[in-house]
Ligand binder design. Structure first.
Ligand code: PLP
Length: 373
């Protein structure tokens, strides 16, 4: 059993992928051609957004979305203390100072009631992270943003197609930022990312910023950079986008299967509220003595992973933020207990059954060790 693999999926779409690559080579156009603009149109449609700009990575999507919203040097941007490091790197790359906030232990997403205490006169934006494929509780976050005139840049790198109260994540704030890193729900065969927005001005600005600030070739209107999505990745992403809805459904079904089989296991399982259309980028449970639990499972042939072993403020690179151990008890607890179980659309149900059997066996063989409830 593998924690994750892409080969099965590739075998199923191999012909279409190879055809798409060939068509790019035949066209002779490799940068900002037809595939990029068609992918942008198709992905905007999928996410119910007015527009989309393809960029080179999820990290740069966040950086550019912040900058296109006027955020930079001297500004503070609030995000979750348990996020993937790139969220924070992107805030820094935009020139702003990241400010960490506590999370809810049930949802693993930013705790709306902990945001206001982090707001200073320098705060300009909130970056809610829809971690593991589950939307943040956006209603109170948007209300706080409105009250304090803050921008909301959603980190949707793990939430392609996720829904909150009928709305797609990425369309509720000022911009939504996606990563197409190969293991994401929609993954390229290399690095890629995108920004979506309902604000045409933001789309136009981000579109210029990703290509030297140019509106027309050889005419830079604003400061920019090179963060282009390339034609090859766009062509392959167009093939895979057609399957994304179905793949997300499969992830949900497999997550529900885990939920059923592990209901009485004693592990804390992902909570799905009706307001949150979870797309299960990851299936994350919590166990006490997590590292020992993982070792025992691996001995029985069940590979697991940890997303993420350390909260942001425990990384040497972010010591300068001045946070210390104990500042974010929920984020710290989550990082010490979370364990991701194998989950991807092609994962056979028999393997989930096998994994759950071994998990329950492990719990029984080690009483009062791994339970979290
Ligand atoms: C993957 C990821 C990113 C960064 O995306 P890249 O394409 O690797 O730059 C940002 N935020 C979160 C939450 C992610 O999971």
């Amino acid at each position: 059993m593998e924690f994750f693999e892409l080969k099965t999926q590739y075998r199923r779409i191999e012909k279409q992928i190879k055809k798409s690559i060939e068509s790019v080579f035949e066209s002779g156009s490799f940068i900002l051609g037809e595939n990029v603009s068609l992918f942008e149109k198709e992905f905007a449609e999928f996410e119910n957004a007015e527009g989309c700009v393809g960029v080179a990575s999820g990290t740069e999507a966040i950086q550019i979305a912040l900058q296109a919203n006027g955020i930079g040097k001297g500004d503070e941007v609030i995000t979750a203390a348990n996020t993937a490091v790139p969220t924070v790197s992107a805030i820094e790359c935009a020139g702003a100072r990241p400010v960490l906030a506590e999370i809810c232990i049930e949802s693993y997403t930013i705790a709306p009631e902990k945001i206001e205490e982090k707001i200073t006169e320098k705060t300009r934006a909130i970056v809610p992270v829809h971690l593991y494929g589950r939307s943040c509780d956006m209603k109170p976050i948007l209300e706080i943003a409105e009250k304090h005139s803050l921008k909301v840049i959603e980190d949707c790198a793990q939430a392609h197609g996720a829904i909150y109260n009928g709305k797609k994540t990425g369309t509720m704030g000022n911009a939504g930022c996606f990563s197409f890193y190969p293991t994401k729900n929609l993954g390229a065969y290399g690095d890629a990312g995108a920004i979506v927005s309902n604000d045409k001005k933001i789309i136009e600005k981000a579109g210029m910023m990703r290509a030297y600030g140019e509106k027309k070739r050889h005419e830079s209107e604003i400061s920019g950079m090179n963060s282009r999505l390339d034609e090859l990745q766009a062509a392959m992403l167009r093939v895979k986008l057609k399957h994304l809805g179905k793949w997300n459904d499969l992830r949900r079904k497999k997550a529900a299967f885990y939920g059923k089989l592990l209901e009485k296991s004693g592990l804390a399982l992902p909570e799905e509220k009706s307001s949150a259309g979870h797309v299960y980028h990851l299936y994350v449970a919590r166990a006490g003595k997590r590292d020992l639990f993982r070792e025992k499972l691996l001995e029985k042939g069940i590979p697991t992973a940890v997303h993420y072993p350390k909260p942001v403020h425990f990384h040497p690179a972010f010591r300068y933020l001045g946070n210390k151990a104990g500042d974010f008890p929920n984020a710290e607890k989550a990082c010490s207990q979370v364990v991701s179980l194998p989950l991807y659309p092609e994962l056979p149900n028999e393997k989930i059954e096998f994994a759950c059997e071994k998990i329950i066996e492990t719990m029984k063989q080690n009483p009062n060790s791994f339970e979290t409830k």
